[in-house]
Design a binder for this molecule. Structure first.
Ligand SMILES: *Cc1c(COP(=O)(O)O)cnc(C)c1O
Length: 252
């Protein structure tokens, strides 16, 4: 049964995760960098009230992985009124025909799942046609580090081509870093090999394009492994169930 959490439960979940993030930060070695990781509260399947509760407890970054659900929440009247500083992260697989919808969502902060040149080009064109101001659309490039067939993401060997394409052909996009999900079975290993692969991709990108490492983000870590991810250098953790509680699986 899907149970709606009470306000205090969500607040407690948030507080707990934030304290675990702080502890994980204190365990980082110097070479990993000292950037304060951003917590993205993954609110998929959860009601608007839960988002407002987390927002009122201080949370600002929220993640959704379905375009329609993101639209419903981002355009929701209550959210627009009560959560003026909300920042949405799109973290799901993005189909080409939904690009315009996502780009136009109010308070969109970043699209974390750009995984092909075709999608990057579509996003770039969509920004031009919406023509709002001159700020670029932030993106992460999603990398399929675990090689699982059902996972999205460009293959690690394509990362340089991918970044080079966005930098040269997509003037409306700004690459802030790389994102991966990884194999859930790897999440309990001492050094998650999928996270290591993402770190290696980042090193290659920073070297090739002369980007200071502290200016290039790593989005990795979920409820089961965000502390470990932070110890390894994650700057953006996407945490759902540890904040909002158990989530019923969508029927597939
Ligand atoms: C659902 C989801 C998360 C959060 O998962 P939890 O295990 O509930 O923390 C993180 N990232 C992506 C891409 C997701 O789809």
């Amino acid at each position: 049964m899907l149970r709606k959490m009470t306000e205090t439960e969500i607040k407690q979940g948030l507080k707990f995760v934030l304290s675990k993030i702080e502890e994980a930060c204190s365990r980082r070695t110097k070479e990993v960098g000292q950037i304060n990781p951003r917590l993205v509260a993954v609110s998929k399947t959860k009601p608007v009230e839960s988002i407002i509760e987390a927002y009122e407890a201080g949370q600002r970054h929220f993640g959704e992985n379905y375009v329609q659900e993101l639209e419903e929440k981002a355009y929701n009247k209550q959210i627009l009124e009560k959560c003026k500083e909300i920042k949405w992260h799109f973290i799901g697989h993005l189909q080409g025909n939904k690009v315009n919808k996502v780009v136009n969502v109010p308070n969109l902060y970043i699209i974390e799942t750009v995984d092909s040149q075709k999608l990057a080009r579509k996003l770039n064109n969509s920004c031009t046609s919406s023509g709002e101001g001159n700020s670029k659309l932030r993106v992460f490039i999603q990398v399929n580090t675990s090689g699982e067939k059902e996972k999205s993401g460009c293959i690690p060997n394509d990362i340089i081509d991918m970044v080079s394409f966005v930098k040269n052909e997509c003037p409306n996009l700004q690459i802030d870093g790389l994102m991966t999900i990884g194999d859930a079975d790897h999440s309990q290993e001492a050094q998650n090999p999928d996270f290591l692969k993402l770190i290696q991709c980042k090193k290659e990108v920073c070297q090739k394009f002369n980007i200071p490492e502290e200016e290039f983000e790593l989005s990795m870590g979920m409820s089961g492994d965000f502390e470990h991810a932070i110890e390894m250098g994650s700057t953006n953790v996407r945490v759902g169930s540890a904040i909002f509680g158990y989530r019923a699986k969508k029927n597939t």
